[in-house]
Design a protein around this ligand. Structure first.
Ligand code: FES
Length: 581
């Protein structure tokens, strides 16, 4: 899958020399136009040229401070003797983009990959923040395989409302339930929304952005401690400047992503994800990143590797605290030191040191926030479980730490909806035939069917049950769930209904058995009946007619394969086969 990578050429001559060291007309064109920006000629003396890939955008509030972060990176690059050049990338704002930012993760990955390859860069600093921007950039870095270092933008300050902490995302779902049940007014919701977003930065719960920031650190792609510093903290700029210094050395050492994001690195990341109570979305993103590097990773690896790992980090949505607390308690190095017996401690990341060396001095300052292995927040085996069964032959996932324990083993009758819109139309009706024991099934929300696999898996419960005080029900879909969400929700059912997965053949009234301890999800319909239903099934007319959405629909892989585009799996390296000067 992965092309053989020749690291020797890079070590002997900076890649950018093919542009700037050229003689006659070609070199003149490359240098002259860049000098229009006012650089002195020494920038072309063979020093490493460092791209700063910036996903800043006012349409991505979580990344809106990244111009300032880029300035700090530049300071570091200049200090270390490099030549920094910042460039804009596509940006994906989770909260604003429709139909879902996930539709565009692969487009952003493709764009960043091509920009890095096409330009005279020797290394790149990746500035990300909001959910999809981090995995997109890591996917790109894997496919180009030039020295790279990630700087995530850091979380917002803790949200506050009426004297209590409120977590971005997590409290949106809670407030929605309270509003629907009539226990909160619209005016109170408006007051809460401003207290929930007190500064720049990404969601400060252990949602997908915080999870992916932590996993970028666990993979070894960002500096130790970098994931947790709040966006508004001066340390965010210290870590950015340090990354600028370090990327210049990485180029000189020729330490590339393919030597950092190895199978042991992914195993470390999977175990860290279990310990931090990380997002279910991490599974899809890690599978996609691994696919770019030719690292063989399967859905079952996530279950097997996570089983011996207890939840150590007490953050919403699984726990009680927020990222600011996590930072002040010591951040990810404490978690990785605590997990030492379960990790590959010889792994070398962007620091150039082993993991053991990197976390040796990590101290925990608050055991309420980061628990010890001896006294965890939740016991081993309480992380995200991978389910198998006739309803999900390609697998499905459920986040146990965010689920209700009494529902992890549950048998109920299905109430089926072909789309989330169909469900929303009736969710408020008094005559909806639903009880607390009902299993709500929403299909048509997978990668191809929606398209883009939206985060609707933790959809709000029917109003009449909320009014009765019901707070959780088993929900099953081929969708994803926000990393900030919670509930007993079975997600990522594969194959999805739109491609004829068994989810397409479930009917209201069918019995379904969920047994998370046994890792099974069973539709109690015999094979013969299922075959008959399949014979009468026609795929929904879901293919977009043109543009990127069509390309995506025609090539997207299923959730258990990372939902990348089939032709983007693997790497092309940094070589540019032809040029026009
Ligand atoms: Fe950007 Fe949550 S909306 S990280």
């Amino acid at each position: 899958m992965t092309a053989e990578r020749d690291h020797s050429a890079q070590a002997s001559r900076p890649r950018s020399g093919a542009w700037f060291a050229a003689e006659a007309r070609a070199g003149m064109i490359y240098r002259s136009w860049l000098r229009a920006e006012g650089f002195t000629p020494e920038v072309f003396d063979g020093r490493p040229v460092i791209g700063i890939a910036n996903s800043w955008s006012e349409l991505t509030p979580c990344n809106v401070h990244l111009r300032a972060v880029a300035d700090a990176v530049k300071r570091g690059v200049w200090q270390a003797g490099g030549f920094p050049l910042e460039f804009p990338t596509m940006s994906l704002g989770e909260s604003l983009m429709r139909p879902t930012a996930m539709l565009f993760r692969n487009l952003m990955a493709m764009e960043v990959e091509e920009l890095v390859r096409a330009n005279p860069l020797d290394g790149v600093v990746l500035l990300s923040g909001c959910d999809k921007t981090t995995p997109a950039m890591l996917m790109a870095a894997g496919s180009v395989d030039l020295p790279a270092i990630m700087v995530t933008g850091g979380p917002m300050l803790n949200g506050k409302y009426r004297g209590a902490d409120v977590g971005s995302g997590t409290h949106v779902w809670r407030f929605e339930q309270e509003l629907v049940a009539g226990r909160m007014t619209q005016e109170e919701c408006v007051a809460a929304e401003s207290g929930m977003a007190r500064s720049c930065g990404h969601c400060m719960t252990m949602g997908t952005a915080s999870t992916m920031a932590c996993l970028a650190e666990a993979l070894g792609m960002q500096l130790p401690g970098s994931a947790a510093w709040p966006a508004a903290d001066s340390h965010r700029y210290v870590t950015a400047q340090s990354a600028g210094q370090r990327i210049v050395e990485l180029v000189r050492e020729d330490l590339r992503p393919s030597r950092i994001m190895t199978r042991p690195a992914f195993e470390n990341a999977i175990r860290v994800n279990a310990a931090i109570g990380g997002s279910t979305n991490a599974i899809i993103h890690l599978l996609a990143i691994a696919g770019r590097l030719g690292v063989l990773l399967s859905l079952d690896d996530f279950d097997e590797l996570a089983r011996p790992v207890p939840t150590l980090v007490n953050l919403m949505p699984s726990g009680r605290y927020l990222m600011e607390d996590f930072c002040y308690a010591g951040g990810l190095p404490v978690v990785m030191r605590e997990l030492a017996d379960l990790l590959h401690n010889e792994h070398v990341g962007v620091t150039g040191n082993t993991l053991a060396e990197t976390v040796a001095g990590a101290e925990c300052w608050n055991r309420d926030v980061i628990a010890s292995l001896d006294d965890p927040v939740q016991p081993a085996g309480s992380g995200t479980a991978v389910l198998r069964g006739n309803l999900c032959p390609g697998g499905a996932v459920v986040k146990q730490s965010a689920a209700s324990p009494h529902l992890l083993k549950h048998r109920g009758q299905a109430l089926v909806f072909d789309s989330i819109e169909d469900y929303h139309q009736v969710a408020g009706r008094d005559d909806l035939p639903v009880e607390a024991s009902t299993i709500l099934v929403v299909r048509g929300a997978g990668p191809k069917g929606y398209p883009g696999m939206p985060e609707i898996g933790n959809f709000v419960l029917p109003r009449k049950l909320l009014e009765r005080g019901v707070t959780d029900m088993v929900r099953i879909s081929d969708a994803r769930m926000s990393g900030t969400g919670f509930g007993t929700v079975v997600l990522h059912v594969a194959p999805e209904s739109a491609v004829g997965g068994p989810l397409a053949f479930v009917r209201s009234g069918d019995w379904i058995q969920l047994d998370v301890p046994a890792r099974t999800l069973t539709l109690e319909v015999n094979d013969r009946e299922l075959a008959q239903r399949r014979a009468g099934w026609a795929p929904p007319p879901c293919s977009p007619g043109r543009g990127y959405a069509r390309l995506y629909s025609e090539h997207v892989l299923q959730a258990d394969q990372g939902a990348d585009l089939d032709f983007l799996v693997g790497a092309s390296g940094a070589d540019v086969p032809r040029h026009n000067h």
